[in-house]
Design a protein around this ligand. Structure first.
Ligand code: F6R
Length: 248
């Protein structure tokens, strides 16, 4: 696992965008794994700039997102579909037919999850998967205790997550209690992983992920076992690391 420490969020974002852009240039029909949340926003902004100013071409790229709330239509402002279109897809030349975000409105969720796994495989697997990390060590919606071999499936959101999300919804009844998420095992099958973190609130999770034992209590720790994993963090997120990662 390569650990890269940058000065701030902006530098983390630019470094991450560089890795994505170099893959897209090298392999125009690559398969990219995307995430939502605040962490990848800077990277998405930089990818949009590279597309607009340097002609970075996404027309052949295929994308898969990590997760989506169950019960929210793609048009819902809080859906991850909406997030991805607003923050990235509508600003670049990705082919909408190549975009895959789990369908929170699927009639048969178990069947959909199987289909999602098969589709990833049919496309040759994910070349590069971006990951954010929860302060509790979650990746995607794989909360502490998730099986480290898990596949795409429906998960019940923790009470904490539901409470945290409530502020985004006008009506409490609207707050989703379930999500579809790629499993930890699904994520580990990506050819390359890029985990980003910024801010002191992530420092404990990053310490566990980089230097702690691999355990389901911190699903993100599994990235230690991936052959090609890069962790890019800012100095605040790196502040509890004991090792010296200044060489990169
Ligand atoms: C979202 C996702 C989540 C986030 C994580 C960190 O698709 O996979 O696991 O990456 O909750 O969220 P932020 O980036 O908002 O701190």
């Amino acid at each position: 696992m390569l650990v890269v420490v940058k000065d701030n969020f902006e530098e983390v974002s630019i470094e991450a965008a560089k890795l994505f852009a170099s893959l897209v240039r090298r392999k125009p029909d690559c398969v990219l794994g995307f995430a939502t949340g605040s962490t990848p926003l800077g990277m998405y902004k930089e990818l949009i700039r590279l597309h607009k100013e340097e002609g970075l071409d996404f027309s052949k790229v295929i994308t898969f997102n990590l997760d989506e709330y169950v019960g929210l239509p793609p048009s819902h402002e809080q859906s991850y579909h909406h997030f991805m279109w607003e923050n990235l897809f509508k600003h670049i030349n990705v082919d909408p037919r190549h975009v895959h975000v789990p369908m929170g409105m699927a009639e048969n969720i178990d069947e959909f999850c199987l289909w999602y796994e098969e589709k990833i495989e049919e496309c040759g697997g994910i070349d590069l998967q971006i990951l954010g990390i929860g302060a509790n060590g979650h990746i995607a919606f794989n909360e502490p205790g998730s099986s480290l071999g898990s596949r795409t499936r429906i998960k019940t959101l923790s009470t904490q997550t539901c409470e945290d999300n409530a502020r985004f919804f006008e009506n409490k009844d609207e707050v989703p209690t379930y999500a579809i998420t790629m499993g930890v095992g699904t994520i580990m099958q990506a050819h390359e992983l890029l985990l980003l973190a910024s801010g002191a609130a992530k420092a404990d999770a990053i310490r566990a992920t980089v230097e702690g034992p691999v355990m389901a209590k911190y699903p993100a720790t599994i990235v230690q076992l991936h052959e090609f994993a890069t962790v890019v963090v800012d100095t605040d997120a790196a502040s509890k690391l004991e090792g010296d990662y200044s060489g990169f």
